[in-house]
Design a protein around this ligand. Sequence first.
Ligand SMILES: [Zn+2]
Ligand SMILES: [Zn+2]
Length: 392
Amino acid sequence: MSTKDYLEKDYYKVLGVAKTASQEEIKKSYRKLARKYHPDANKGDTDAEDRFKEVSEAYDVLSDEKRRKEYDSVRSMPGGFRGQQGGGFPFDLGDLFGQGGPGGGTQTGGAGERIGDLFGGLFGRGGGTRTTGPGTRRARRGADVETDVTLPFGRAMNGVTVPIKLTSEAACNSCRGTGAKAGTVPRVCPNCEGTGHETRNLGSFGFQEPCKECHGRGLVVDDPCPVCNGSGRATGTRTIQARIPAGVADGQKIRLKGKGAPGENGGPHGDLYVNIKVRPHPVFGRTGDNLTLTVPVTFPEAALGAEIRVPTFQGQPVTLKLPEGTPNGRKFRVKGRGATRRDGTKGDLLVTVDVQIPQKLDDQAREALVKLRESGSGDDLRADLVQQARQE
Ligand SMILES: [Zn+2]
Ligand SMILES: [Zn+2]
């Protein structure tokens, strides 16, 4: 467990307990969550599996008083000096460049490793550190990347593989991420001796602040790399094939495990999050797993009852039996003609009846309606309305 992990992970939040929680509370919450997310109870659900791992990791640390104290003290450190907590020279260029955080959308090259190689011999101190000893090739997970994809309605229903072009930041090829012109190497900052920070004394207080010479990098570049202007970074593009499962809905976020930025030093890839947008269909709508459809019916069909043909999405039309006296707005359910669910089963098609009032009447129709009115089935519907409206 590295200091960086400690900084990035909120174990208390993971377990849903207060920072002041007792061991008993921590254990209780862990048991509850572990049961909920246990792989045996969530077969094939990778989200649950990840949560289970998170919960276990959090419990490992918080249930051990010594490790918990260590964790608490790391978490309470001021943010500005996080890169330097390993003691001595920070060898991880990813830290120096401020890359690699979750959701950062950056792709870090193997630069940390190379800088470690370059300076490992020069700075043999900091030996007793747990995390970033000189020359240590620390495996690091790649950054998570997020992107938007717009799909036609049918593609979203059926699932589709789409190529996604990702632009991400990589180490500059020319200087291999050091920012120094080819053939030269950055110099260790003489002002801070490579620590990246300096101590200012104010009376009896000592303040640590980022070094002004090297802006916290610990290194000074005399001849900047002309390709990246000394930044050490370059922009790279790559295309990945993203499999979008059948039945995705507008606004859904899909996680594609391991499709994010590559890891460093053998670390795993980050994840790719795809924000799905679905273009509307001219006829079908969608609520949850169900498709929706509005069908116009005539007044006689609704009043007398009828068998009507309604379309289904990408399937044969089905016959719907309207009972006598079907009111406007009534919903009918056609089983299994909706969107595909995660488990492969399907939602339903919900058909809403939209009773149409004839806009033009021929003589025969007019006569029939007049007869209907006279038959008395058009009793005064509003008889009680005026009376009821007076109520306070
Ligand atoms: Zn460069
Ligand atoms: Zn410096």
